[in-house]
Design a protein around this ligand. Structure first.
Ligand SMILES: Nc1nc2c(c(=O)[nH]1)N[C@H]1C(S)=C(S)[C@@H](COP(=O)(O)O)O[C@H]1N2
Ligand SMILES: [Mo]
Length: 250
């Protein structure tokens, strides 16, 4: 544990523990003795489950990548929301996912792969932001999204030191990949709320990416799997593989 020797750390251990979200922790511990819990963090490989992971920062190299981050992207007041401006943009038919049986898989180059159901996801700190969604097709919309930070999910699974990219698989077979610093940016969330209500199915229910730092096509709807990788694969993204820019930063 080298955290205490890290001279440029931004958080005290106590702050990190608060930030990690004690609700999630309590739920995790509470599940250990429960035989029939409906809401438990299920490790893909139980032998790798590590309760302490919730209290530890990400490894130093990844924290450094994240904190090289630029200024936060602008957020707007709730009064600026444009309820009808967000156009549905789906390359294929809309997949309908049963939120009760849904499980988000988080795996790859991580120490503690997990499957989370929606109760697990909702037990983590809820982040709400009003941001500008920008589609390359020439429209934009001010939208409020509510959900969980990828950063908080990363703290649960603990990416390995070599992890540099994050892949997102969707139920409509859409796929995307992000650099890890953008994926773990504090304004990058997996959203389950839009403009204060549960996300409509066309907008990506039960979980979709939302972030003010990337163009619309990076923001995968109907995300089913989040995979940390050391390298980019040949297939980088549905639109990216058609010639659109991979980084697609705003
Ligand atoms: N799974 C999936 N995610 C997707 C898309 C898609 O076709 N499938 N379209 C992308 C594009 S181009 C945009 S602009 C936004 C649109 O989000 P919305 O339909 O909620 O407005 O979703 C992005 N995420
Ligand atoms: Mo788009």
């Amino acid at each position: 544990m080298q955290f205490d020797q890290y001279p440029r750390r931004r958080f005290s251990r106590r702050q990190l523990m608060q930030y990690a979200g004690l609700s999630g922790m309590g739920l995790f511990l509470g599940s250990c003795g429960a035989s029939n819990s409906t809401s438990i963090f299920k490790p893909l490989h139980p032998q790798t489950a590590n309760v302490r992971a919730l209290f530890e920062p990400l490894n130093q190299g990844i924290e450094e990548l994240i904190f090289q981050a630029k200024n936060p992207a602008p957020e707007y007041p709730v009064s600026a929301i444009e309820p009808n401006a967000l156009l549905i943009n789906s390359f294929d038919t809309t997949p309908v996912i049963d939120p009760h049986s849904f499980k988000l898989i988080i795996d790859g180059a991580v120490n503690n792969p997990l499957q989370l159901n929606m109760n697990d996801v909702r037990s983590l700190p809820l982040i709400s932001m009003v941001i500008r969604h920008v589609c390359v097709e020439g429209w934009a919309a001010i939208v409020q999204w509510g959900g969980v930070r990828l950063y908080d999910l990363a703290k649960l699974v603990q990416p390995k030191a070599g992890a540099r990219y994050v892949y997102f698989e969707s139920a409509d077979s859409y796929y995307e990949s992000w650099d890890i610093a953008s994926a773990l940016h504090p304004q990058t969330i997996l959203a389950y709320q839009k403009n204060g209500s549960d996300i409509p199915v066309e907008n990506g229910a039960p979980l979709r990416l939302a972030s003010p730092i990337k163009l619309g096509y990076k923001q995968s709807k109907w995300v089913t799997r989040v995979t940390f990788t050391n390298e980019l694969r040949k297939r980088r993204g549905y639109w990216v593989d058609e010639g659109y820019e991979w980084f697609a930063g705003l």
